[in-house]
Design a protein around this ligand. Structure first.
Ligand SMILES: [Fe+2]
Length: 364
């Protein structure tokens, strides 16, 4: 029954969150980090600029964050933050800009020899970060993780430090209103996988279980709406709450093999993150159920489902695209995935043989 918990991020989950936040308390110059388009389309970037101007805070915009941002991009933006004298970083967007904002905050506060040395040296200091979420899935707004693409490792790698928890998560559901259905579904499945992988973590506690199950039920209530595409403001609001709560869960528990294997499909096959996780999520519940059948039943009940096969069929209906792998890819993906430390994070630890079977189901 022993556990600790550290969730230091202030969460403002309501319409108008950006306008009510006192950015000026964090300094006089902000580096505003976003991608090329979505932060503009949803109105979040304009709202942040307006708030900064009203509060007399100067800012520099870095809008070159790519999907699945590379560690090199963050390294370059960290140098820019130092150059312009940024006191803090504001990330605006989905998981990619938010994760990038955290890494940039670390690169800005400490001069590393090169981009990848952040993985060797760790994070010793970081500028404060404010996260303005515009998707409902990543949970990055409340975690200490920055997941970046590392070309030399052929996968995504996580920078992790308590210093990377955002100071505040400003979550206004109106920013998610313009998200296309396919991205909304992919993000919701990412949140679903955070709940499920966190629930079966060896680091799960009574606290994280409570949060994970409440978020799972909220997602479960909206599974039909995700399928039919009827995304009312109420549905969007519930998806946003569930995704932030799921983020709080994985901040304590870490993720499991659906993420580890999913990274391969994103890195090599271009799958969206949530769509990649979806390929392995039913297998994850089935595998974990061998150690914790009670938790597997609770998970399925919370989603209104009765078996892992029903979960598999539902996910397939929601995300019809599946990978088509060669045997050589199966071997390569297995070799890379088997090195992940996250595998040991779950109540059932799988090895190379099981990983090969999981990828193998998508081979010719
Ligand atoms: Fe994720």
């Amino acid at each position: 029954m022993e556990w600790t918990c550290f969730n230091p991020t202030q969460i403002i989950m309501r319409s108008g969150a950006v306008k009510e936040y006192a950015f000026r308390t964090l300094g006089r110059h902000a580096l505003l980090v976003c991608g090329r388009t979505s932060a503009r389309i949803c109105g979040a970037l304009d709202d942040v600029r307006e708030a900064l101007i009203l509060q007399g805070v100067d800012y520099t915009v870095f809008d070159r964050v790519e999907n699945n941002p590379s560690v090199e991009t963050c390294f370059a933006a960290g140098a820019l933050a130092r150059e312009v004298g940024a006191d803090f970083v504001i990330g605006v967007g989905g998981g990619s800009p938010l994760d990038a904002a955290k890494a940039i905050a670390a690169f800005a506060a400490h001069e590393y020899a090169d981009a990848e040395s952040i993985y060797r040296d760790g994070v010793s200091s970081a500028l404060p970060v404010v996260a303005v979420g515009t998707t409902a899935g990543t949970g990055s707004e409340v975690t200490q993780y920055a997941v970046l693409t590392v070309a030399s490792a052929s996968t995504k790698m996580t920078v992790k430090s308590p210093l990377l928890f955002p100071k505040a998560a400003l979550m206004d559901p109106k920013y998610t209103a313009t998200l296309p259905l396919r991205l909304t579904v992919s993000c919701a499945v990412d949140a679903l996988s955070h709940c499920i992988e966190g629930y079966f973590s060896v680091r799960a506690s009574a606290y994280t279980d409570a949060v994970a199950l409440r978020a799972l039920r909220m997602l479960g209530n909206n599974l039909g709406k995700l399928r039919s595409g009827e995304l009312s403001d109420t549905v969007r609001g519930e998806l946003l709450q569930a995704s932030t709560m799921a983020g709080q869960v994985i901040a304590q528990t870490g993720t499991g093999f659906a993420h580890v294997l999913g990274y391969m499909l994103t890195f090599f096959e271009g799958f969206q993150h949530g769509e990649a996780n979806a390929q392995f999520l039913a297998d994850f519940v089935a595998s974990m159920g061998s150690a914790r059948p009670d938790k597997a039943n609770t998970t399925l009940r919370a989603l209104g489902l009765s078996s892992t096969e029903e979960l598999r069929a539902y996910l397939r209906e929601l995300i019809p695209n599946t990978p088509h792998l060669t045997r050589a890819q199966v071997e390569r993906f297995t070799a890379i995935s088997a090195r992940s430390k996250s595998l040991a994070n779950a109540v059932t630890v799988i090895g190379a043989k099981e990983i090969e079977e999981l990828f193998g189901q998508y081979a010719d």
